[in-house]
Design a protein around this ligand. Sequence first.
Ligand SMILES: Nc1nc2c(ncn2[C@@H]2O[C@H](COP(=O)(O)OP(=O)(O)O)[C@@H](O)[C@H]2O)c(=O)[nH]1
Ligand SMILES: [Mg+2]
Length: 293
Amino acid sequence: MAVNWYPGHMRKARKQIKERMEQIDLVVEVLDARIPFSSENPLVAELRGNKPCITMLNKSDLADPTVTKQWLNYFNKQEGVTAIASTTQQKGQIKKLPDLCRKLLPNRRYSELPIHIMIMGIPNAGKSTIINVLAGKTIAQTGDEAAVTRQLQRVRLMDSGVVLSDSPGMLWPKMGNNNFGYRLAVTGAVKSTAMDYQDVALFAAGELLSLYPNLLMERYKLKELPKDDIGVLEAIGRKRSCLRPGGVVDMYKASEIFLNEIRQGTVGRISLESPETAFIVEEVQSPEDEKLR
Ligand SMILES: Nc1nc2c(ncn2[C@@H]2O[C@H](COP(=O)(O)OP(=O)(O)O)[C@@H](O)[C@H]2O)c(=O)[nH]1
Ligand SMILES: [Mg+2]
């Protein structure tokens, strides 16, 4: 994937978070419920130390509810972690967060002092939207591109005695193995460039073909299931009249439609990884392997 995370920028973010962490009582980590593992940033676990953590599986409205339950079990087993599924479409549910924070800090329950919370997560997970819901007004810009320079948002929620801050710097997504990068691109966490658009769509087609064939059939009114990833995009292209002269499917257009519909959730509620499958590393063939054949 054509994403570069500069070491200097990472070092700076780590230093800033570490400094700020000293005043923090509790960390809220926002993950994308469709890809909880790929949207995690290892720095959060490292820098929070023993502080309690609420792991929000956000955008749960877009994720497969059965898989989200599995992830909740997975995270709730971790030391100091309380996992919840959330969607910013249900504001009432988000507004319960300060109460939950107080519950997790029993010795602060009756204290007058404000509780300091840091909200962390990779770009596009929904942090700013959550902050806005909690503040009851738009104070953080949402839906922005993976912007490197941005202002630190800090808001005091008057009625709950909670001070909420957005993590300083930016937490980069995991790009360790191919699948993480693809899953991040499919969900829109990483912007795919024009060059790899089709590549990302083909990955998504392959995944949906094996994980959610029925959703594909229903959404695109297919009579039979395509044989492979290319077949999926071709079928979508035909259904949506993305044809070039001579009746050839315009694969780029088909890819664009498919990815947009997946991201908006119109294909259905999907999860691209489960606690059992997330850790499987895709085998990358090296030139050496080729020689051995
Ligand atoms: N469907 C859905 N979209 C969400 C949810 N939370 C945030 N979004 C959208 O995701 C995009 C990124 O949100 P934003 O708050 O800017 O993410 P941030 O980069 O973590 O601050 C925006 O277009 C939001 O409207 C959610 O729970 N469900
Ligand atoms: Mg933001």
